[in-house]
Design a protein around this ligand. Structure first.
Ligand SMILES: *Cc1c(COP(=O)(O)O)cnc(C)c1O
Length: 390
């Protein structure tokens, strides 16, 4: 097969061109226009929430959440180490201090260690948790690859210690609880803030874009205000605060409105493709497909194989390069953020599972438009390769 099978590419099967053309024809291409409010209301309806603000990226959604949460220079923000660095950088935009946390088997933040960190490493008095004398103001919880972090345990800890929860749901649009305390609740709508991304590799895309949600209308309105340079009025250019150029454009939103029409179809395909992979890797001893949390229905955005490191010692890079030769694009999970240059000096709490997963997770082609034949081809090539490496 000479075909190249990519990891995760966008899918424009719907009204994308029509709506983008329409936006151009109307002349509304920038940060004003009807598609922006349409996308906000489509997202709000889908997520069963009242208030959504569309913005330029997932990163800006996280940054606006931190600003709105009142995170200030010198505050501590708890973050995961095994994730995309965009979940952490906005903490530094606020000159706050990240403290890195380990993951659990879901690849998301480990609530057991989180609890242990709060109890053993911090002091709690007068409603403020302090780490080395600095207030632990917030945490960023990432729903990795569309899996749900253990929000029941995490929100309990957050409530106990008065920590603001920012959900990085950039990879998890559409994931929700099917049972338990949060039954029916979508990733991003459980904590104090939820951030979504519509970057090109995410489950829906606006090219680049994002959205942020929160329970209170005035909070989301204020984030929208900050995202438009904190401009108070259209005529006199009065500003009460320092704002940002973080608003989504109408062109992006036109794409987004079309993509929202297809979101459920994308999720259905991700789920059925996952089942095909799962069948292929059932009973395969050298790698198994990572599962999603029980009691949730995941959007299954990104599929991960866990390589059996007792039997396969070959470095991930070699595996990736070998598969590339067969036209199959794969990748390793991320490098641990607390080991990367900008964050090496920061504190990290008992990181060990993240190290293990960093060395054994291989992400495999997950696009919505991958065919069943391609999935079987990919699976067979991976199995053949791994068999040859034992
Ligand atoms: C994609 C992503 C982001 C950032 O989203 P952008 O829209 O690219 O800024 C943040 N966190 C995680 C975990 C992501 O995967």
């Amino acid at each position: 097969m000479s075909k190249f099978i990519p990891l995760s590419i966008p899918n424009f099967e719907g009204n994308e061109r029509k709506y983008v053309d329409d936006a151009i024809e109307q002349g509304w291409v920038s940060t004003g226009g009807a598609y922006i409010s349409q996308l906000e209301s489509d997202l709000a309806n889908f997520l069963c929430v009242e208030n959504v603000a569309a913005c330029q990226s997932g990163t800006s959604a996280i940054h606006l959440s931190l600003v709105e949460a009142g995170v200030k220079p010198g505050d501590v923000v708890i973050v995961p180490t095994l994730t995309f660095i965009a979940a952490v950088n906005p903490v530094r935009y606020q000159f706050a201090e990240p403290v890195f946390m380990d993951c659990d088997e879901s690849l998301c933040m480990d609530p057991v260690k989180l609890q242990k960190f709060c109890r053993e490493e911090c002091d709690y008095s007068d409603g403020v948790l302090k780490y080395k004398g600095k207030p632990v103001k917030a945490m960023v919880v990432v729903h990795v690859f569309g899996n749900m972090a253990d929000m029941e345990a995490i929100t309990e800890i957050a409530e106990k210690y008065n920590i603001i929860v920012i959900e990085d749901a950039t990879e998890a649009l559409g994931t929700y609880y099917t049972s338990g305390k949060y039954k029916g609740k979508y990733a991003g709508t459980i904590g104090d803030f939820g951030a979504y991304s519509f970057n090109g590799n995410k489950i829906i895309t606006t090219g680049g874009g994002g959205a942020v949600t929160s329970l209170k209308k005035d909070v989301v309105d204020h984030m929208r205000y900050l995202s438009t340079q904190a401009k108070d009025d259209p005529h006199f250019y009065m500003h009460e605060e320092i704002g940002y150029n973080y608003r989504m454009t109408n062109i992006q939103a036109a794409l987004g409105v079309a993509q929202m029409e297809e979101l459920q179809m994308f999720i259905d395909r991700k789920q059925s493709n996952y089942e095909t992979y799962k069948k292929e890797f059932d009973n395969f001893d050298l790698a198994r497909l990572m599962q999603f949390r029980d009691g949730t229905l995941s959007n299954k955005w990104f599929y991960s194989l866990k390589i059996n490191r007792e039997k396969i010692k070959t470095p991930m890079k070699e595996i990736i390069l070998e598969l590339e030769k067969c036209g199959i694009q794969t990748r390793a999970i991320w490098g641990l953020i607390n080991e990367q240059k900008p964050y090496r000096h920061c504190d990290a709490f008992e990181i060990d599972k993240a190290v293990t997963y960093r060395d054994c997770i291989l992400n495999i082609p997950s696009s919505t438009n991958i065919t069943k034949e391609e999935i079987i081809f990919v699976s067979n090539e991976i199995k053949t390769l791994l068999n040859s490496l034992t």
